[in-house]
Design a protein around this ligand. Sequence first.
Ligand SMILES: [Zn+2]
Length: 290
Amino acid sequence: MKLLIYLIFSSFLLPTITIAQVNDYTNRKIIKYLYTDNQYLSKKAEVKKKFAHVSAGHWGEFVKGVDQEIVTREKIIALTFDACGGSRKGNGYDSLLIKYLRKDSIPATLFVTGLWIDANYKTFINLVKDSLFEIENHGLNHRPCSVNGANEFGIQGTRSITDAYDEIEANAEKIELITGRRPLFFRSATAFTDEACAKMATMLGITFVSFDVLSGDAIPKTPKTTIVSNVLEHVRPGALVIMHFNHPENKTYEALQVLIPKLKAEGYKFVKLQGYPLKRKSLNRKICPN
Ligand SMILES: [Zn+2]
């Protein structure tokens, strides 16, 4: 009885988040807002001081400080989908893919940029409200994470530690302000980063992730069969698969229609990243995940 009273009472104490129908936190507005926020600025100053003499370290998708798979022996897989945003990498929305995940109750982790949120605000809110999906951070402006302006696949990386701070932290703040939940994970644009950025993310309490299985779905005109075999050939317990949901013109949805039943038949279950311990794996490869 006491427990029942407690549960009824505590349910009234849960924070209720009202999500605004209009985006009050566009990239332009959020930066303006955060640059007047003392907490944001003092954390930024602390980062600047702490990393003043820290070298960039290695550059890549799997550098020290970046996780790429779930620590488990169970047959579980995390399907992760990026929405890169921007005129170059696409503000599209693969509604058929999302509909398919919903129909089959397949949980997924969605990495979104500030750019994509601004271009798809109503859709974003719709996804936020669906507990099937976990919303995570793909950066404010979709830039590879660098402390010295390195670039990858023609995409200019952040130019300094403070620039990298804005890319990660401003989008984390933006997502939290809109959704009421602070993202736990960050994946940089192209998944490339240097070690200093990864270290800073850890300092901010953010887990920097890349991927374990590259589907290759972001490369235009990749056939469905290639995406399917890329995943099936590399999948194993704890795999973290990278795909995209901002390219309806690509074959991601078509590939999933084949992949999901096959993986289920192999005994795999699908999970969101939250709640699972992650680890880094040593690999040496360079393939563009976007
Ligand atoms: Zn991306």
